[in-house]
Design a protein around this ligand. Sequence first.
Ligand SMILES: [Zn+2]
Length: 90
Amino acid sequence: MVSNCANPGCGKPLHYLREGRIYIFDASSGVGDPGEKRQRCLEHYWLCGSCAETLMLVQDAQGLVRVLPKPAAIRETDERLPAFGSMLAS
Ligand SMILES: [Zn+2]
């Protein structure tokens, strides 16, 4: 289980799950032979509140979890829902 912020430059201890954002990645992808019963292995990561505002976690093709800056578009939809009403009106 996670105990610290996934941002290596932060490392804030996890106290409240309400704060920040939990990411769950399937760490079992690419492991084991095809046809063999694979064991699902889910990895949990946590970004603290301040890191989650500007950073996001992604899993690359190798299955490595990386901390990336959040694109502005995603940041915007996080903070407020898309204004469908005003889009339709214009
Ligand atoms: Zn953090």
